[in-house]
Write a protein that binds this ligand. Structure first.
Ligand SMILES: Nc1ncnc2c1ncn2[C@@H]1O[C@H](COP(=O)(O)OP(=O)(O)OP(=O)(O)O)[C@@H](O)[C@H]1O
Length: 294
């Protein structure tokens, strides 16, 4: 069953086309990163999934239902970009207050444990650090035991240590078979924490797959080697090769098929090749190539 299905969804704000014919299906149990530059349409898509915005056209379903129904049934939890806590309440009081609003909440102790807040349970909300506040917001997002968890740039204000803890907590929740969609512009976060990365730019999906598939789909791979005085003529005809560069005796072949290029280099030439190095595209190269203005 699909947790999320967007079918040809468009969202306009006046003249601005924020989401442009978005088609996206996320099966139940997946952890998906929505990766895109500023203004790509990530927050708009998440707000539509929560029923906070209506699409201008197209259809959205969450577990087969309209978003409003899924929200009313406590199926969706969300951590959005803003949202203040009530300063006078303790962490435990805050979480307990919110969990009681849901039809099938998780037990309080379990929520505190999943969000790494057990030791801070009696701390007042206005005495928390930024990273601790984010953990409370995560706790509120999972309080109802949602089948679908939406996180809009959840680590934006966190330091390195808080981020690590946050993603550990997120993965522990995902491991219970829950579906997670998170928006980010951090490539490493998408790479490390999602089993699928959907790259969006200008309101459309421009790539969709595992991080490895997205990297492999971009012509950013290369092989380089030392050739000494031997001639470079003919190397541009090797399979997959898109360019040849020569610098200080080192030849670099750019390729869209690293395996084929390297195999042909050994099998189809008689060159004496030294110090062969392979250069894979990284996700950053792929992301920049995919999202740059057409
Ligand atoms: N309420 C609004 N009124 C008019 N335009 C809007 C509104 N909200 C968003 N937009 C525009 O819609 C486009 C998509 O914005 P959105 O916030 O969904 O992108 P995003 O991918 O979440 O960006 P960011 O990473 O910066 O949060 C942008 O061009 C933005 O300026």
């Amino acid at each position: 069953m699909n947790a999320i299905a967007f079918t040809d969804v468009t969202k306009r704000y006046g003249d601005v086309l924020a989401v442009d014919g978005l088609d996206l299906e996320v099966p139940a149990g997946a952890t998906v990163a929505l990766l895109g530059p500023n203004g790509a349409g990530k927050s708009t898509s998440i707000n539509m999934l929560l029923g906070l915005l209506r699409p201008s056209s197209g259809e959205i379903r969450v577990f087969g239902e309209p978003p409003e129904t899924a929200v009313a049934n406590g199926e969706i939890g969300a951590m959005l970009q803003e949202g203040a806590l009530i300063p006078e309440l303790t962490v435990a009081e805050t979480v307990d207050f919110v969990r009681r609003l849901y039809p099938r909440p998780l037990p309080l102790e379990e929520i505190l444990r999943l969000a790494d807040l057990t030791e801070l349970a009696r701390r007042r909300a206005d005495r928390l650090s930024g990273g601790q506040t984010q953990r409370v917001r995560f706790a509120l997002a999972i309080a109802g035991g949602p089948r679908l968890l939406l996180l809009d740039e959840p680590t934006a204000a966190m330091d390195v240590e808080s981020r690590r803890t946050f993603w550990d907590n997120m993965r522990a929740y995902a491991a219970r078979g829950r579906t997670i969609l998170f928006a980010t512009h951090y490539l490493e976060e998408a790479d490390e924490n999602a089993d699928r990365v959907v790259v969006i730019a200008r309101g459309r999906v421009v790539a969709d797959g595992t991080a490895a598939e997205i990297k492999a789909g971009v012509a950013g791979q290369a092989v380089s080697f030392l050739l000494g005085e031997q001639p470079v003529a003919g190397l541009d005809a090797l399979p997959g090769t898109t360019g040849v560069e020569l610098q200080g005796g080192r030849v670099t072949l750019r390729t869209i098929d690293l395996d084929a290029t390297v195999a042909a280099l050994y099998r189809k030439t008689t060159l004496d090749i030294r110090d062969l190095q392979l250069h894979g595209a990284d996700l950053e190269d792929a992301f920049l190539a995919l999202t740059k203005e057409a």
